[in-house]
Design a protein around this ligand. Structure first.
Ligand SMILES: [Zn+2]
Length: 346
């Protein structure tokens, strides 16, 4: 692209721009090759959607984006090369890989080292030739699983992990005590969220190991790693299950009860979240239900993961109960029962 294309222009290049905009679903009423108001409006909308300056002029950036936006996964064979493949097909690839738990890095539409590594891990796990080439086989494996039956690949992953173990015995469980170090989390009535999380994590670990599970914490008592680090630690040890412990807080003291979050496409996460709610509410805690959550810790962990908030620190009722070590033991027992039921359900 050698020069800018703008309103008033008449050329084959304008016709090309119009054809690309139409293919992307933008309405263009001007005659072919005739850059009128309609073409400009479509272009401005496109520029806005792509985070470009919406000046209605086709410069090099807009042209690149028009070309990149046109690629759909499966249109061409993708692999790592220099200069790298760029396009929406690459971004879709990265998005699918990340959703399946293969770390493709930033979803930037550029096929680099991270994406290449993720493609190869995916191929290895799904029995496709591990050549890093995203051709028909790999595309079918990736898209067939996701498009035809949404969630299937993630479910398959989770089922495989559970089938390998069978029961809680020998299962490797990552416990993530929220906050820590200089971050005390919520504070109420002399209770620090970080201390409570640590206390509950210790009680839970003790109970889980009693049933033959192996347990790892995502942090030592004196550290407060970020979510990505916590998730990475669980991923590195290939934990079978991830449970993040927090306590809730609200400006209204009347807010009370238990809630559990899971990553929205994780069937295992949902199942465990519901079991946890079932167990915790048996203790008389109010049922604030399970919810899909988009926390980084749920997204970046590759195994079924939940974030549980058993009670509100800011509720006088809940806080009074939490103050009692026996109640905290009961909470740990409930979480253990939920985890055992989860592993037994397969
Ligand atoms: Zn918290």
């Amino acid at each position: 692209m050698k020069r800018l294309i703008r309103q008033g222009d008449r050329s084959d290049q304008v016709a090309d721009v119009q054809a690309r905009l139409r293919a992307l679903g933008y309405m263009v009423d001007d005659d072919s090759g005739d850059f009128g108001a309609s073409t400009q409006l479509a272009l401005k909308t496109f520029q806005q959607h792509r985070g470009l300056i919406a000046d209605g002029i086709v410069g090099p950036d807009s042209w690149d984006q028009l070309v990149e936006a046109g690629w759909r996964l499966g249109d061409r064979v993708l692999y790592m090369k220099y200069p790298a493949f760029r396009g929406d097909d690459v971004q879709t690839l990265q998005n699918r890989l990340n959703a399946l738990g293969f770390d493709a890095g930033m979803e930037d539409g550029i096929l680099g080292v991270d994406t290449d590594r993720a493609v190869k891990s995916f191929q290895r796990e799904y029995g496709v030739a591990e050549d890093g080439i995203v051709g028909p086989h790999t595309t079918i494996a990736l898209t067939g699983l996701r498009i035809d039956r949404p969630g299937t690949a993630a479910e398959l992953r989770e089922d495989l992990r559970r089938a390998e173990h069978g029961g809680i015995h020998q299962a490797l469980i990552a416990i993530d005590p929220g906050h820590g170090a200089d971050d005390s989390g919520g504070l109420s009535e002399g209770l620090s969220e970080a201390d409570l999380c640590w206390d509950l994590a210790s009680r839970l670990a003790e109970r889980l190991t009693r049933f033959g599970a192996r347990v790892r914490f995502t942090r030592p008592e004196t550290e407060n790693p970020d979510s990505t680090t916590r998730a990475k630690r669980a991923n590195q040890i290939s934990a079978d299950l991830f449970i993040s412990l927090h306590f809730n807080a609200h400006s209204k003291p009347s807010a009370e009860g238990s809630s559990t979050y899971y990553w929205r496409t994780s069937r295992g996460g949902l199942q465990l979240a519901e079991l946890i709610q079932d167990e915790l509410t048996r203790l008389g805690l109010k049922d604030c239900r399970s919810h899909p959550g988009s926390f980084a810790i749920l997204r970046e962990t590759r195994m079924p993961a939940v974030l549980v908030e058993p009670a509100y620190l800011t509720s006088p009722e809940d806080a009074k109960r939490l103050d009692d070590p026996e109640f905290r033991t009961a909470v740990a027992d409930s979480l253990t029962s939920a985890i055992r039921r989860y592993f037994e359900s397969k």
